[in-house]
Structures are given as C-alpha cells and as structure tokens.
Design a binder for this molecule. Structure first.
Ligand SMILES: [Zn+2]
Length: 345
C-alpha cells in the first residue's frame, strides 16, 4: 500500500517538475512534495510505526525517492537558469537601433562663443567681474552718482540698501557689464582692448523683448589716440563677421552717463540688407546698442590722469543678437527650459 503511494508521489512529482519553466514554481513543487506538511513527510513519520519487515523496504525506498525528487528539482533549476541566460543574451540583429542623444550648447552659449572668437581674433582680451556688485562699481564708478537721473534708467535688484549707508556701499545684482570697466582699469594701464561678456539683471516686467535676467557684451578700448573712427571700424568688422554678410553702421546721438559723446548705433537690416522690410519697419536699420567715448570722470575714478586717455565703450545684448541671428521672436524662450526650443540648435 505505502509502496504504491510512494511510487505515485514520485511519478507525479517528477512529471510536474519536468513540465515547469519557472524557478518559483519549482520551489512550490519542492514544498508540495517534500515540505513539512507534504504527504511524503507524513509517510516518513509513520515509518516508525511499521512492522520491522516493512520498515526495511519502505525506509530505503522513501530515501531513494526523496533523493530522486531532489536531484530532479536541482537539475531542472539549473536548466531553467541556463535557458533564462540564453534568452537574455540573445541579440535581435534586425531590431532597429536606439539613437544616443548627445547634449549640445545652449544657443546663448553658441552666440557668446562666436562673439568671443571674433573679438579675440581682433586682438581683444576677455575680462570678467562679479554678478553681485557694489553700488559703487555698478553706478558711481561709471559716472552715475546717487542723485543722477541715470539711475532711474535702470530698475535695480538691491541685495542690501541701508538707510544710513555710506554713499556707494549698497549691494546690487549688476544692471550692466559696465560695472567691470573701473574694476579692470584699476588694475591695468592703457592701451588695452577688452570685451566683458556676462549676465546682468533688471528689476522689470518681462515681455517678448524684456527679461529680468539677460546677457550683455561690453567692449572697451582705451589708449592715447582711440577715436570714434576706431569704434566704427571694430563694430563694422564685428557685425560683418557675426552675420556673415556686409553690415553697415549708423550712429545717432544719444545719452548715457558713462560716455561723452554718446551714441545709439544701428546696423543695416539683416533681413532685407537695408532696402526696408517688416523686421526693420521699412527703415532699413536695426537698433543694436549704445556706445560712446568713455567719460573722463570714469577714467578719473579708475585713477587715470584726466584727459590723458581716450577710449570707446560699447554694449549690446547677447540675447538680442541671438534673436536676430536665429530669427527668434521671444526673449523668454532662452530661459524657458523648453526642450522643443533648445533642441533646434
Ligand atoms: Zn529690413
């Protein structure tokens, strides 16, 4: 009776083990057939109550069956592992490949590097200064004292501004890269040609052409005989190289506290070449920035003797140039983090 039962268990167990393809299922089968609550264990426990004659037969048979089931479980387990490994290693050579996407430079970085390359080839050095600046370097040093109306031209983010402060001791987010002018001149004597690229901040409402955070590019050339003609040459050369087409420059008298005389300068329209179109509002010209001959007060603040040197300073927005070059119509796109925009560059 017991003998038949054991054979039956063995037959059933081996068949199920061989049929399964899952290692989890194998473990379930082990518990089912050899576990503490299994039929097989019950039989083993009952052996002690058998007549000694029967014990001699059933005991070894049970052991043999147990070993048999265990061995089968083990070899099936190995087979399953091997099959799994084969499956994972298998490469479908006909499957379409996955394209690795490479990172790339932000359009503003591309334009800034282009600008720097052009100026460096013209013999300019790149200068740098802090974005968190003293009121002195941002305003006073470039001829915009506290009571000067020029301060109202720029809305400022103040980091600290005490009521009883010493004049010029407040801390601001710089509103212009001109803040680096006197910093540089304090440590260097003319002649020099520098460019100052950098981030600037204005406390103002944003729209398609205004951002609270943007980038400027300052050009400063100082020597004993630097004049407006030098400025015109450098500007024309720069824009012609930047836009890869012949660009003309037009100056219009204007006012900036740090220059005398000061100009607004326009370049010939890059869309129509100066004939007149919707981009330039039929004028043939595009406003680009402000420029002028460095005010002698600025030289004096830097510690230079008055009227010994002449120089021109000139600033423009990097975003503005990028927008012209790539025909982008909203400045807010640059810092939007919108990948659909960034991926076009
Ligand atoms: Zn035009």
């Amino acid at each position: 009776m017991l003998k038949n039962k054991l054979s039956q268990i063995k037959k059933e167990a081996l068949a199920k083990i061989k049929a399964t393809n899952s290692s989890k299922e194998l473990e379930n089968l082990r518990i089912q057939y050899l576990g503490k609550k299994s039929e097989f264990k019950k039989i083993l426990r009952s052996i002690k109550d058998l007549a000694s004659q029967e014990k001699k037969v059933i005991g070894p048979l049970a052991n043999q069956i147990k070993e048999n089931i265990e061995k089968t479980l083990q070899s099936r387990k190995e087979e399953i592992a091997e099959e799994k490994e084969k499956k994972e290693e298998w490469i479908d050579v006909t499957a379409p490949g996955k394209r690795n996407t490479l990172g790339h430079l932000h359009p503003l970085s591309i334009v800034q590097r282009d600008i720097e390359d052009i100026f460096v080839a013209l013999g300019f050095e790149i200068a740098d200064g802090p974005e968190i600046e003293t009121e002195f370097y941002n305003f006073d040093a470039v001829n915009i004292p506290a009571d000067h109306p020029g301060r109202d031209m720029q809305d400022t983010f103040w980091i600290s501004q005490e009521k009883d402060r010493q004049p010029g001791s407040g801390i601001v987010l710089r509103t212009q890269t001109s803040s680096v002018q006197v910093r540089y001149m304090e440590k260097n004597k003319p002649p020099f040609r520098i460019i100052i690229p950098g981030r600037v901040f204005r406390n103002e409402a944003t729209d398609a052409s205004h951002e609270h955070t943007f980038h400027q590019f300052e050009v400063l050339v100082v020597g004993e005989k630097v004049n407006v003609a030098n400025f015109l040459f450098v500007a024309e050369e720069f824009f012609t190289q930047f836009f890869q087409e012949k660009i003309k420059i037009r100056l219009r008298p204007s006012y900036f506290p740090f220059v005398e005389p000061g100009f607004e300068f326009d370049i010939s329209c890059t869309s129509c070449g100066g004939k007149g179109c919707s981009v330039c509002q039929q004028t043939g010209w595009l406003e680009v920035g402000g420029a002028g001959m460095v005010h002698q007060n600025v030289f004096q603040t830097a510690g230079y003797p008055r009227n010994k040197y002449q120089g021109f300073a000139w600033g423009f927005g990097i975003e503005r140039l990028a927008m012209m070059k790539y025909k982008i119509d909203d400045i807010r796109l640059f810092h939007s983090g919108d990948l659909r925009f960034i991926k076009q560059f």
